[in-house]
Write a protein that binds this ligand. Structure first.
Ligand code: CP3
Length: 338
């Protein structure tokens, strides 16, 4: 069993840093594209056997040090009763987004474990196949609320922020519903056997500092607190979070995942062990000529050298037009750094 990731999440890794990549399974892989010819994205997510097969692609093709369950943060939106589809050009689309506070009453925040049982099935299929840890995940309440209100990816979260500012009470009610359901969902994944979980708060960056604390951090804290009795490590990822790292650290997750707008060595001065740090290579470096890619990876490794709580990752996900060979070169560079 490869224990690099779990040791690093406990800030006890004395060997080379582990590497895994957000969106390590996806359209940049020919094998993934071949499966997508036959199935929609949601069909693959809903079918435990297909989800397990896709989860294993980067393990077999790249030999990364951890698997992340192939799924999506928006399965929770579906479980709550909204109608979700994925459009090839524009991504997620919700047919019946929340438009007014009364719409919150039409959500179905019950039987979450039953509705998402297919996720547990995928975890149970995967566990015996894996010699690396399996990471489960969920979306953070603020990010999920923003999708439920916008109905699609948005460049300004206008509707979400107007709701938040005009009707903070009902916005809090929505966040609390999502947080409670997310706790149940993460417990389901932990019970099924995931070795760590990551919470994705991609859109918290749209909030001002005070709003971040009130509408995002508060609910992340509720989730972290609720899972305190389980030994399963929790990683927090907020895109653009470098300025927020001390606040994220204040709620005591196992690790914070950072994007590329900061020096991890500087963040380490503000966020001491036992909180692990994950990141933070600019994903666009994967487009660079190979010597540049290797140089940048080695620079990051040198910056975090000897840190027992460092996990190599990108600052955000691998993109569909990136090259598998370049991704492999990155993984090999990190693994050969030992
Ligand atoms: O990291 C992994 O490999 C695990 C699987 C995973 C996916 N989405 C697969 C996916 C994870 C952890 C996510 C998280 C997710 N999903 C987030 C948070 C992290 C982030 O990227 O900011 C968000 C905001 C979503 C919502 C979502 N799902 C969007 C906006 C899109 C469209 C953009 C795109 O890349 O097409 C998706 C679709 C999606 N999720 C794909 C994959 C592999 C592409 C689906 C396809 O095959 O068409």
């Amino acid at each position: 069993m490869n224990t690099l990731l779990i040791n690093a999440l406990r800030c006890q890794n004395l060997l080379r840093p582990p590497i895994w990549l957000m969106r390590q399974a996806g359209r940049y892989m020919a094998d993934y594209r071949a499966l997508r010819q036959k199935h929609t994205f949601l069909e693959m997510v809903h079918d435990p056997r297909l989800a397990a097969e896709v989860t294993l692609l980067p393990i077999n093709l790249l030999q990364v040090d951890a698997a992340i369950l192939f799924s999506d943060i928006l399965v929770m939106v579906e479980a709550l009763g909204l109608k979700l589809t994925f459009l090839d050009k524009s991504g997620p689309h919700i047919e019946n987004p929340l438009e007014k506070s009364e719409d919150i009453n039409s959500l179905h925040p019950t039987h979450i474990s039953e509705k998402l049982s297919y996720i547990g099935d995928a975890v149970r299929l995967l566990k015996p196949e894996l010699k690396v840890p399996l990471i489960g995940f969920c979306g953070a309440p603020f990010t999920l609320a923003s999708y439920m209100i916008e109905g699609k990816a948005s460049h300004d979260l206008r509707k979400t922020k107007l709701w938040m500012l005009k009707e903070p009470d009902s916005f809090h009610r929505l966040l609390q519903i999502i947080a409670d359901c997310s706790i149940e969902y993460l417990q389901l994944q932990i019970k099924a056997g995931v070795d760590a979980v990551q919470i994705f708060d991609t859109w918290a960056i749209y909030l001002g500092y005070a709003q971040f604390k009130e509408f995002s951090l508060n609910y992340l804290q509720k989730i972290v607190q609720a899972l305190k009795n389980s030994p399963t490590p929790i990683i927090l990822f907020c895109k653009g979070s470098s300025a927020l790292a001390p606040d994220l650290a204040s709620i005591a997750p196992s690790a914070i995942s950072l994007d590329w707008n900061c020096s991890l060595a500087n963040i380490r001065k503000q966020v001491p062990s036992p909180i692990a740090l994950q990141g933070n290579l600019d994903p666009d470096i994967l487009y660079a000529p190979r010597p540049t890619l290797q140089k940048e990876a080695k620079r990051l490794l040198a910056e975090m050298k000897g840190d027992p709580g460092y996990i190599f990752n990108l600052g955000h996900g691998v993109l569909p037009d990136m090259s598998l060979d370049q991704v492999r070169c990155l993984v090999d560079t990190v693994k050969e750094s030992a």
